[in-house]
Design a protein around this ligand. Structure first.
Ligand code: NIG
Ligand code: FE
Length: 409
């Protein structure tokens, strides 16, 4: 057993059976002057210091002046990729758009060509290094998508890498099939053939091997249509996969309505969001997910988080870590971005990056809050004047120690 004493602020405490919505987010539950007991890999109990009774423990960590919070839950990443794309970054600085770069063979197809040429072992080695860095900087649960394979063999290679990552690290790792990320060159003249490959080959084979948790699609002008989302998501659902979908990144084409109808767990991006989209989200349990790193890097509008939260909806934030539109895995930076660019309060941003992120990838039973019985995946910050200082110091994480499964990293 381990005991953490004198915790200045212990954040996101209590029981959660659904993501926090609207005003609940700003009223993030927390307690001051707290203790927390860890038994093996789990949170055993916590409370205010005044209530701390004598307890036999192996180790005491004095957290005077420090803040303790659940590790970040990054519910949207493309962490398995071949190489970075800084040439495209320079092209964009010189004036080309993300779509123009894609149209001349860059973008997702560029990443796919490179990934197809790489061995599973090489991919795994690089991805494990990235994932270890995520954990060191406070990410305690992560979702990882395929989508740079675009062939049966290469999508399978990506899923195998994700499976190996999930057994190599001590945090929950969820796998999402995003074969519908771009139409590969070989099917440009016959997109139906690719949809058919996803539906009739990939989904049945990959789910049979239990390699996938979620089904995703990039529903966007120039990528996949709403009708294709219907086909692919229904095929995934028939094999037990919950939908988590990319919608409204550049255009609003009805993807949100379809995702709601398909009972998607999340709709991610939402940089282009209409009043009608918001009204429809209010009728559903689908969780909106904002990816401010992508808006920052591509210089596109930010998701209207204020409108979403003020409408009483829930919101999660995630990195979208990928080589094309968001090459950073820092949830610390995302929480700062949520405050600075999405106009969320620090409490709302922390909730969006912890418990709401956990719900956005179905790991809320295990992690995402300070709750008895959940995994002891914790961040201990440096001494800080208040939790507001966590996002305030943008680009400089305030982590002193990370505890993963009850062990100090
Ligand atoms: O979520 N929008 C689609 N997919 C990624 C970008 C992928 C890439 O450019 O490699 C995203 O932003
Ligand atoms: Fe993405």
């Amino acid at each position: 057993m381990k005991l953490i004493t004198n915790i200045y602020q212990l954040l996101v405490t209590g029981e959660y059976d659904k993501p926090l919505c609207g005003k609940e987010m700003g009223a993030m539950p927390y307690i001051e002057n707290a203790y927390l007991v860890i038994d093996e890999d789990c949170i055993y109990e916590y409370g205010i210091m005044d209530d701390l009774h004598p307890i036999a423990v192996d180790e005491v960590i004095d957290a005077t002046g420090q803040i303790v919070l659940p590790m970040w839950c990054d519910s949207h990443t493309h962490l398995v990729f071949a190489t970075t794309r800084e040439d495209e970054f320079v092209d964009r600085i010189k004036g080309l758009s993300y779509q123009e770069i894609a149209a001349k063979g860059g973008g997702i197809l560029n990443s796919a060509r490179k990934l197809q040429a790489m061995s599973e072992d090489e991919l795994y080695k690089d991805a494990l290094e990235r994932l270890s860095q995520c954990i060191k900087t406070g990410t305690g649960a992560i979702e990882i998508k395929t989508g740079y394979g675009l062939t049966v063999a290469s999508e399978l290679k990506m899923l195998r890498v994700i499976k190996r990552l999930s057994t190599a690290v001590d945090i929950p790792v969820k796998a999402t099939l995003l074969a519908a990320h771009a139409i590969p060159e070989r099917h440009k003249q016959n997109r139906a053939a690719y949809i058919d490959e996803i539906v009739n080959e990939m989904i049945p084979a990959f789910t049979k091997e239990s390699l996938v948790d979620f089904i995703d699609i990039f529903c966007e002008t120039g990528y996949f249509t709403v009708a294709e989302m219907d086909t692919i998501v229904n095929a995934g659902k028939a094999h037990g996969l919950k939908p988590k979908v990319h919608v409204n990144q550049f255009t609003s084409i009805g993807g949100i309505q379809k995702a709601i109808e398909l009972e998607a767990l999340t709709v991610d991006h939402l940089e282009e969001l209409t009043e009608k989209d918001i009204d429809e989200l209010k009728t559903s349990n689908t969780i909106p997910v904002a990816l401010p790193g992508c808006s920052f890097f591509l210089n596109i509008p930010y998701t209207p988080a204020r409108k979403i939260i003020d409408s009483g909806l829930s919101l999660a934030v995630a990195t979208d870590y990928n080589p094309g539109s968001s090459p950073s895995s820092s949830m610390n930076f995302i929480v700062s971005q949520a405050c600075i660019n999405l106009k969320m309060t620090p409490a709302e941003a922390i909730v969006a990056a912890t418990i709401n992120g956990a719900f956005a990838m179905d790991v809320a039973k295990e992690t995402g809050s300070i709750t008895k019985g959940k995994k002891a995946n914790l961040i201990i910050t440096k001494p800080l004047p208040s939790y507001n200082a966590i996002p305030y110091h943008f680009g400089q994480h305030q982590i002193d120690e990370v505890i993963v499964n009850g062990e100090v990293l």
